[in-house]
Design a protein around this ligand. Sequence first.
Ligand SMILES: C[S@@+](CC[C@H](N)C(=O)[O-])C[C@H]1O[C@@H](n2cnc3c(N)ncnc32)[C@H](O)[C@@H]1O
Length: 182
Amino acid sequence: MYQEVAENPEGDFHFYHGRAAAARFDYPLEWLDSAPRGAVESFGGVGNPHLRAALAPGETVVDLGSGAGLDAILAARQVGESGRSIGVEMNPVMREKAESNAAEAGVRVEWLQGTMEAIPLPDASADVIISNGVINLSFRKRRVTEEMFRVLKPGGRVSFTDIVSAKQLSQSIVNDPKLWAS
Ligand SMILES: C[S@@+](CC[C@H](N)C(=O)[O-])C[C@H]1O[C@@H](n2cnc3c(N)ncnc32)[C@H](O)[C@@H]1O
């Protein structure tokens, strides 16, 4: 689904995406203006994890499910040259798109292919984990949480935005993974 957005950002989708979504979630417009167009157009998040991440120069930040790269690229700009921004993405097509978007912007991000259920990073290696509309996609959320705690340094932080349903969803929605994307 997210690959479809990245390949056809003008398409009709049942969820907010692209620049309009990011603006709606209070991403500063100057951040969006200076980010690579491909990453902004393909943005598929559900909120703004940067509002609470309080990223500081020199920190190591990991973006779980980095998609076309907007959040990891914006994180790289906040942690600066002395920090590290690492995007973890399971879909190789999205990983490559993110890599070329970051190269276009001249931003250094490390792009790792892998899953949030088995984060391809050593124990206690990250100061901050961010994620935007990805954890809800996993049916192994306890495992994802264990992985986040394994990878975080003591005193590390997590800032993620996601969707939660306050009411029981109908079986037809639960059975349609396309509708999990939001
Ligand atoms: C909502 S988008 C991420 C938005 C992204 N932060 C941005 O800046 O546009 C969701 C991404 O999570 C990836 N994803 C889904 N399940 C995953 C998993 N188990 N591990 C890693 N990535 C996953 C999808 O391939 C997709 O690219």
